[in-house]
Ligand binder design. Structure first.
Ligand code: SAM
Length: 318
């Protein structure tokens, strides 16, 4: 096992794999409009299941990886998804999780659980159909809620992720909280990040952790929990025992103990979301050559905070 570590003691324990650049929604934080989405959807072919498993297996041999999170683009559009999950589990990785928009989840949830998926983060930025349309350019709330319920019924651990954007969906903060509480699941609110077409304008839309807490605190008595090591979110609990989280990239950055490595759908790795410099791992390269590149990826991590990226998460993997 490699002793790869930087000056802050960081290494790579979690691998986020972007399975493809395609998506069936057109969320405002990922794409500037339909043309932008069309361009992403016409993007490069993804690595096939055996190619991905070969890369993940080699990375697992070099790193203390304990978790793989599948993302995209929209991972439920990836052909061979259940075979991939089975293969990752068979390679000895304990936790396989996924981030999805949930649009295709209702009929896939049981198969994903049977394949060995442990947990799902489902992106749902509004429970009101009109507001959801403003965020995603699609009408799909009812369908996604059915997906959420199917995933819970299948025994998957489910969390909701909602990016809060001022003037677009911030009116959904309490409705989303109530939706999650009614199902006994956790919702996490994300501060919007300066990525892709929002590189220079994200600040305009930022709903800060402080504002989120002020709104929720006006309706619930809340108590903060200790932040877990390497966690992206901080959590709070209400008097009734309901839990919610905030991923505060901007207000409370969590780079200092970040343990994430990203692999995109073409086989490039990234050590940090702030970096848009892909590093290419070639199958024919030796273990020593991969180690040099992994060290380079670790060197991409920011010391303190995310500094923006021209790449949208649709391409690098959210
Ligand atoms: N299609 C899947 C989904 O919707 O969950 C996975 C990929 S999508 C890029 C993953 C998530 O990244 C989004 O739902 C959103 O929570 C997050 N995301 C993308 N761009 C973001 C931004 N600029 N700021 C904050 N979060 C962002």
């Amino acid at each position: 096992m490699s002793a790869l570590q930087d000056q802050y003691g960081r290494t790579f324990r979690t691998l986020r794999v972007s399975l493809l650049q395609h998506c069936n929604l057109g969320c405002v934080y990922c794409v500037a409009g339909e043309d932008d989405l069309k361009q992403a959807n016409a993007g490069k072919e993804s690595l096939p299941v055996d190619g991905l498993l070969a890369m993940i297996g080699r990375l697992r041999d070099r790193l203390p990886l304990d978790t793989v999170r599948l993302t995209g683009g929209e991972p439920l559009l990836y052909p061979g998804l259940t075979a991939l999950i089975r293969g990752i589990r068979a390679a000895g990785i304990g936790a396989v999780r996924m981030t999805t928009n949930g649009f295709l989840l209702e009929r896939m949830a049981v198969g994903l659980k049977e394949a060995g998926l442990e947990a799902l983060n489902i992106s749902l930025d509004a429970v009101d159909e009109d507001v959801f349309f403003r965020m995603s350019r699609r009408h799909s709330v009812t369908r996604i809620i059915k997906g959420v319920d199917a995933a819970i019924a299948a025994g998957l651990r489910v969390k909701i992720n909602a990016v809060m954007m001022k003037g677009i969906n911030d009116c959904q903060l309490l409705p989303l909280l109530e939706f999650a509480f009614s199902r006994g699941i956790t919702v996490r609110f994300l501060e919007v990040m300066a990525m892709g077409h929002l590189h220079d304008t994200a600040g305009r839309y930022l709903v800060s952790q402080e504002e989120i807490l002020r709104t929720i605190g006006g309706h619930y008595r809340i108590v903060p929990e200790e932040r877990a090591a390497s966690a992206t979110a901080r959590y709070w609990t209400t008097d009734a025992g309901h839990r919610f989280g905030i991923i505060a990239n901007e207000s409370e950055p969590f780079c200092r103990d970040c343990d994430r490595l990203r692999l995109d759908s073409s086989g490039h790795i990234y050590g940090c979301l702030s970096s848009n410099q892909p590093i290419t791992l070639q199958p024919h390269e030796t273990a020593a050559e991969w180690d040099i590149k992994l060290r380079e990826a670790l060197g991409q991590k920011q010391a303190l905070k995310f500094v923006g990226s021209d790449l949208s998460m649709l391409r690098i993997g959210g």
